[in-house]
Ligand binder design. Structure first.
Ligand code: PMT
Length: 413
């Protein structure tokens, strides 16, 4: 299985049962595996384990309330969202009967339950119920377990043995080593079940900059968010992802190999190295179609009332890949259009010999450049068209890759 937890962002949610005292050891073991760990406690958990112990072993602050202190600044007000976005997996151990009830009914009155709702789709949630045996077997706890299982969470049956009450039976939280193993399995099986598992995927992202002189350039509003979301989601599905990006202010998604470039020519030259070896090429970058023919050395002076700028065509990276691709390789493009969008997108799909194209409308409020959301229409080369609603770029990336996986299945690639 290899070390599937290396580089993963893991949240441990701890609720108020006696087994909480074992959780600093769990944090230690996960850190040893190379994971980044952040801890969220319920109020009840603080009776069994201290914030200080968990902050010390995780080397991170510990979270409890959704509400930040009054003197908080910046994005800390919405940390329940940013934590949910950050996490690659969520472990809840121990999960008390009360916490199971709150999770299954969708309550979010503390940080742990709010995170359960803000976690991005497709992320593994592994829950370790731990309580008295009679409580565990009660109809209400069993119903809540069924509800959570039906939502895709993995509920791990507690161990049997001596319980805190002095009675014995089922209800003990598994030892930290066993929790780590269950988490590894969950992360591994999600990645392993994907059509993208083990495939080499190249993604272009962001804008390019074409130099006019030493201090000025032609560019566009691309932030890189869409391309980075695709790279992140593909890596989480077990793909070997290479991300070639123009200048953006985004962190590299975990497990992704990143190349930073500035111009379309540089993006082309890096991409070309992967044309033969990659399985899937996804062009999400907004590559400048033209560049100044002769960029001026140094800074141009304002001495002329007007100047003429001659632009020459840049290579079309995606079209080059589309034309060269061998059977079994897939080319996926985007089409950013302001009018006649679907028609233009279909023309690009054919002209560049693509297998799938994602048309996005340009309004800069709900879709296209810079914003956190996108509205995509996916068209595959068989003509199957899928209109997606307004989604976050992370969700849109998931849906695009789901569609690509489906395409791999139906065309037996
Ligand atoms: O980065 P964000 O702020 O999140 O915004 C996302 C996005 C709007 C940039 C993205 O969703 C998107 O639509 N990217 C493609 C934008 C674009 O340049 O579209 P196009 O219709 O001009 O190009 C068609 C396709 O050819 C694209 O896949 C593009 O990457 C590729 N292309 C274009 C020109 C060129 N010289 N080389 C290319 O590879």
């Amino acid at each position: 299985m290899g070390n599937v937890l290396r580089g993963k962002n893991i949240i441990i949610g701890i609720s108020g049962g006696i087994a909480a005292y074992k959780t600093p050891q769990l944090v230690r073991l996960l850190k040893k595996q190379g994971a980044q760990v952040r801890v969220v406690l319920t109020e009840g958990a603080t009776h069994f384990v201290s914030d200080l112990a968990l902050a010390t072993v995780s080397e991170e602050r510990v979270y409890r309330s959704i509400f930040p202190p009054a003197d908080t600044s910046g994005t800390d007000y919405t940390r329940h969202i940013s934590l949910g976005e950050w996490a690659d997996a969520f472990v809840i151990a121990p999960a008390t009967a009360n916490t199971l009830a709150r999770l299954s009914s969708g309550l979010c009155d503390d940080m742990l339950t709010a995170l359960f709702i803000t976690l991005r789709p497709g992320k593994p949630v592994v829950i370790f119920p731990a309580m008295d045996g009679q409580m565990f077997l009660s109809p209400s706890v069993q119903r809540n377990i069924r509800i959570l299982s039906s939502q895709g969470c993995r509920l791990i049956t507690p161990d049997s043995g001596e319980l805190a009450s002095g009675l014995s039976g089922v209800g003990r939280m598994p030892e930290p080593e066993s929790i780590v193993l269950s988490l590894e399995k969950a992360v591994h099986s999600i990645a392993n079940s994907s059509q993208l598992y083990g495939k080499s995927v190249v993604v272009t992202a962001g804008p390019t900059r074409e130099k006019i002189d030493g201090v000025r350039f032609i560019s566009n509003y691309s932030s890189g968010k869409m391309g980075f979301a695709i790279a992140r989601s593909a890596a989480e599905r077990g793909a070997l992802v290479t991300l070639i990006t123009g200048p953006v202010h985004l962190e590299t998604p975990s497990g992704v190999k990143r190349f930073d470039v500035e111009t379309a020519m540089e993006m082309h030259d890096v991409a070309e190295n992967f044309f033969k070896s990659c399985s899937i090429f996804i062009g999400a970058a907004a590559v400048s179609d033209y560049r100044p023919a002769e960029p001026f050395e140094g800074k141009m002076k304002k001495e002329h009332p007007e100047i003429e700028l001659t632009l020459i065509k840049n290579p079309d990276i995606l079209a080059e890949f589309g034309m060269q691709k061998a059977p079994g390789q897939l080319a996926v493009g985007f089409a950013l259009e302001t009018h006649a969008g679907l028609d233009n997108a279909r023309k690009k799909l054919n002209a560049k010999n693509l297998d799938l194209i994602a048309f996005n409308f340009f309004d800069r409020k709900t879709s296209g450049f810079e914003v956190d959301t996108n509205i995509l229409t996916l068209i595959d080369k068989e003509g199957v068209t899928t209109e997606l609603p307004q989604l976050t770029k992370d969700q849109a990336a998931e849906r695009l890759l789901d569609c690509l996986e489906q395409f791999c299945v139906t065309t037996q690639l």
